[in-house]
Design a protein around this ligand. Structure first.
Ligand SMILES: Nc1ncnc2c1ncn2[C@@H]1O[C@H](COP(=O)(O)OP(=O)(O)O)[C@@H](O)[C@H]1O
Ligand SMILES: [Mg+2]
Length: 245
């Protein structure tokens, strides 16, 4: 049984079908890539899977065989599903350490305070935020550090599945390299990852499986090399501007 199963999920905004009958399965331990042009429904797909901020209009989402659609974001998080956002999102008025504490405490309720603190500190060290200072306000950090903080907060929750929405957007080349290493090491911790990325090369270097969305629907899915060679995928990305050979 796959760890995450998404079955025929849809979400419309008025007459716009942002996600339109999407199905896929993610096996435990893999990095599953989701690509697609801007506006193809990638972020909306994460929204409906996690229930944050809304669930699907129809379709089923199963985590470890348990149906989670219709549950609150809160319940879904505690069942082992965490996400990051496309735009770096943190509790800006809280410190770096307090942000990670939120993840560590929220993800596994009932944990002893000392363990919550330990989890938070370990997650921050893991993403390399030690030098920034645990006492700094999150709102004062650079974009890259805020992305790292968002990742640390999610990791501190100890999720089974982590959904990453364009972790490389607005980063420099060296920062992207660091991110790739970080995502790989996150997977090595045993966290299954679903990774949205607009840049195909980023996905190619990390994913075992790749799914491409276009206008809310699955355009192609399978082994990354095969998927990016697919004519429909090339066309969705390059459109009619593809130069003649
Ligand atoms: N909350 C919302 N309300 C209305 N339309 C939305 C909302 N979120 C996304 N959309 C629309 O749904 C489509 C898919 O958006 P999105 O999932 O953000 O795409 P992607 O992440 O692939 O760029 C777009 O046309 C977008 O404008
Ligand atoms: Mg998006």
């Amino acid at each position: 049984m796959a760890l995450l199963e998404v079955e025929d999920v849809s979400k419309a905004f008025g007459s716009l079908k942002a996600v339109d009958g999407v199905s896929f399965k993610v096996e435990a331990g893999e990095i599953f890539g989701v690509a697609g042009p801007n506006g193809s429904g990638k972020s909306t797909l994460f929204n409906v899977i996690t229930g944050i901020p809304f669930g699907p209009d129809r379709g089923r989402v199963k985590l470890g065989g348990v149906e989670i659609q219709g549950k609150s974001g809160n319940e879904i998080a505690r069942l082992g599903l965490a996400r990051t956002f496309q735009r770096e999102t943190s509790f800006d008025g809280l410190t770096v350490f307090e942000n990670a504490l939120m993840g560590a405490g929220y993800g596994k309720p009932g944990r002893a305070e000392s363990e919550v603190r330990e989890r938070a500190a370990e997650a921050l060290e893991f993403v390399g935020l030690t030098s920034v200072g645990f006492g700094r306000l999150a709102g004062e950090l650079s974009v890259f550090d805020r992305k790292c903080l968002m990742l640390a907060t999610a990791i501190a929750m100890e999720p089974r599945v982590l959904l990453l929405d364009e972790p490389a957007s607005s980063l420099t080349k060296p920062e992207i390299e660091t991110s790739i290493g970080l995502i790989r090491r996150t997977a090595e911790r045993g966290i299954t990852i679903v990774l949205i990325e607009h840049v195909l090369t980023f996905l190619m270097s990390l994913s075992q499986h790749l799914m491409v969305l276009n206008q809310g629907r699955v355009l192609a899915a399978g082994e990354p090399k095969t998927v990016i060679a697919d004519e429909r995928v090339v066309e969705a990305y390059l459109g009619t501007r593809r130069p003649a050979a």
